[in-house]
Design a protein around this ligand. Sequence first.
Ligand code: PRX
Length: 571
Amino acid sequence: MKIDELQAVVPTSNMGPYEQAYNNFQWEDVERHFTWYETGKVNMAHEAIDRHVEEGRGEKAALLYCDANRHETYTFSQLRASSNRFGNVLRKYGIGKGERVFIFMPRSPELVISMLGVLKVGAVVGPLFEAFMETAVKDRLQDSGAVALVTTPALLSRVKREELPELRHIFVVGNMDEREQGIIDFETEMLMSSEELEPEWLSREDGLIIHYTSGSTGKPKGVYHVQNAMIQHYYTGKMVLDLREDDVYWCTADPGWVTGTSYGIFAPWLNGATNVIRGGRFSPEDWYRTIERHEVTIWYSAPTAFRMLMSAGEQVVANYDLSSLRHVLSVGEPLNPEVVRWGWQVYGQRIHDTWWMTETGGQLICNYPELPIKPGSMGKPLPGIQAVILDDRGQVLPPNRMGHLAIRTPWPSMMNRIWNNPDKFQEYFRFPDWYVSGDSAYMDEDGYFWFQGRIDDVINSSGERIGPFEVESKLLEHPAIAEAGVIGKPDTVRGEIIKAFVALRDGYTASEALQQDIYRFVKEGLSAHAAPREIEFKEKLPKTRSGKIMRRVLKAWELNLPTGDLSTIED
Ligand code: PRX
């Protein structure tokens, strides 16, 4: 079945056609959309941008960028030309296929243009969220062996070049008072380079992007995706986002996170939609104004944002015309039924939950445009995806039993490796043929999946995934701290907040001032979103005999729950 026929079939409220589409689905039918299916010449930036120019859509608005100071429109032709320019700049400095080029800057047209330029020359792009501080930036650049970085004057001081011998070039977007050695002015180079460039032709197994994400142990992992992922980005853009030619689409996620690339850049442009990117911080008024001004038709955001909009109230909504909206989606954390009901009442829109992860590269379990929504459920696996619940031994469980949410391998956007860490990669595939997500869930008798929680200690605060280990490591660098354990504490707006339990070194006493100092220390050393909003001082932390902090005991303390099996505790 062709993808267009499939689309016609899936969005019916009748289960029959869903099953039919599901059973007849072939990934190959999606692949045929791409010319590389015949030619073997693959390049994401070409498919997302240049192809539209070649097919006569060059004058269509591709990017509508806005923030407090800038309102700019870029057509597909303009994005083609400017990304070619940056591709030429990179080639001039000898940067090419397979090398890692990181982008560390706030949302802006230049971020997008440099990302596309990196992809044009076949390099692997590594986006870094602008809130990252020194340690977080260094860890990621070091681990990936990045050879170049695009950043801004304001963020440059967080890049410790002396500890990054492999980082050869830094391109700076924006005026700097003094030029330092090894710093290249982005704008000057862009003006001097040509608008024409032959992209690097790749194979579908060549690199595309690295997103760093947190697990419960160890430093952040470099989740490495390859070009093949575009099949899933294109397909889910059609099937789940419901993108059509005349849509104005807005994904609120930052490209520092996977949603901001897979669905903030790739999916909308592979589908030729007009894509809104808004810079600046969250504000209900600015967000609604963005929808009104650009007549956004499809809006993809996250539960924390919807909850914050909800608490801003209905009166704010009444000041804006949101009637352009026709499809609203959510990702990243459990979407409360209450939020779904509110969206329906106030926006006249059902908010469609979608489930996936950095490692999966694209959406896997979703509420399709017209699949009847069961508020609180993540929806159903897409045609082409087989999702199950496994027990601890890897056996498939029947409906309504809670266990490990797992996906049959492979699918097009499945991560290709964890950079530099094959052992971590293998941990996801400990049961043959299954990718084990680390989430617990159950499936009901109608085939809908219901999220229950994380199986490991990973924290999800405002939809951002935070590894307790990274925060604990930073806390231990504070002179007053002897031991640290970090957990996610339930929070009505953010889903979870970060709570740290710390034991102090001799000579230090607990105080509010120390609490604030510790908070600031993590915020300034790692990032604001990883800083513990709550800090509790303890004499001693519960540890295993091998000295590992027992986070589950901390969590049980916090939630007043039984601490469970303590046979491995130190004393
Ligand atoms: O625990 C799940 C949660 O977010 C995790 C993935 O985080 P990250 O890799 O940062 O990707 C977020 C955006 C794709 C998952 O393991 N999560 C994601 N979507 C949902 C969710 N939890 C509940 N419901 C969802 N729809």
